[in-house]
Ligand binder design. Sequence first.
Ligand SMILES: NC(=O)c1ccc[n+]([C@@H]2O[C@H](COP(=O)([O-])OP(=O)(O)OC[C@H]3O[C@@H](n4cnc5c(N)ncnc54)[C@H](OP(=O)(O)O)[C@@H]3O)[C@@H](O)[C@H]2O)c1
Length: 246
Amino acid sequence: MTRILLLGGTTEASLLARALAAAGKDAVFSYAGRTDNPVAQPLPMRVGGFGGVAGLVDYLRGEKIGAVVDATHPFAAQMSRNAIEACRLAGVPLIGLERAPWVAAEGDHWVHVGNMEAAVAALPDTPARVFLAIGKQNLAGFAAKPHHYLLRLVDAPEGQPLPDCTIVLARGPFEAEGDKALMLHHNISHIVAKNAGGAGAEAKLIAARALGLPVILIDRPALPKREVVATIPEVMAWLSHAERGV
Ligand SMILES: NC(=O)c1ccc[n+]([C@@H]2O[C@H](COP(=O)([O-])OP(=O)(O)OC[C@H]3O[C@@H](n4cnc5c(N)ncnc54)[C@H](OP(=O)(O)O)[C@@H]3O)[C@@H](O)[C@H]2O)c1
């Protein structure tokens, strides 16, 4: 049986892990180790970086991995780039499980920006109350603007991430009604988010639409060309093909 490496850290990766376990596949679930208590998986797990492309090539060879599924977050671009290059070098087939980006609907006030710096620049220069829904990385740049920031994080940060901020500890998926209440409670005027796609993180955008609030939406980083599917059944079908060597 082909041994599968599943690069995880998303809701979709957890759903795929369930499908692989139910199908009796020989698979290893890999976490970066970013959160203190990662969601338990019904597959053997490993935690931590591989050590760049060279480390991943060694891992693929050492563990006799026959197929890799990259179900990491669309903004985990370094891992995805490393997987493309390592799989090429090791001759291991790779598939990306990639959810579709969000598309604006009627009533949305979205400003699309290309990166974090552009998101900082797109915020007003006078004090506002910003729901900075981008996780714990890349926060420091937002200190350049005089805003009160609402941060929603999985784990409590070690220090104060920004001079003027409120921290809410929570792990998705989230509901639109709950996010609307959160934004009203904190008197939010702007939202900054990554265009991650998917249902569980969309709640803030639905809430922003309902409240008529502007959203600064950061575009996904570009990746080199790779084979991509959007659903778990498609991954399972691809794996069957990979196992048959077709
Ligand atoms: N970025 C986001 O917005 C976001 C949001 C939600 C969840 N996540 C999840 O959080 C994790 C880290 O994201 P990131 O943006 O920090 O990644 P990243 O910047 O693309 O990756 C940085 C390094 O972390 C290690 N790494 C990342 N994902 C890994 C995995 N699944 N298994 C083993 N090592 C991994 C790799 O280290 P080596 O080079 O040493 O191999 C990689 O080079 C990912 O699993 C991702 O799915 C990210």
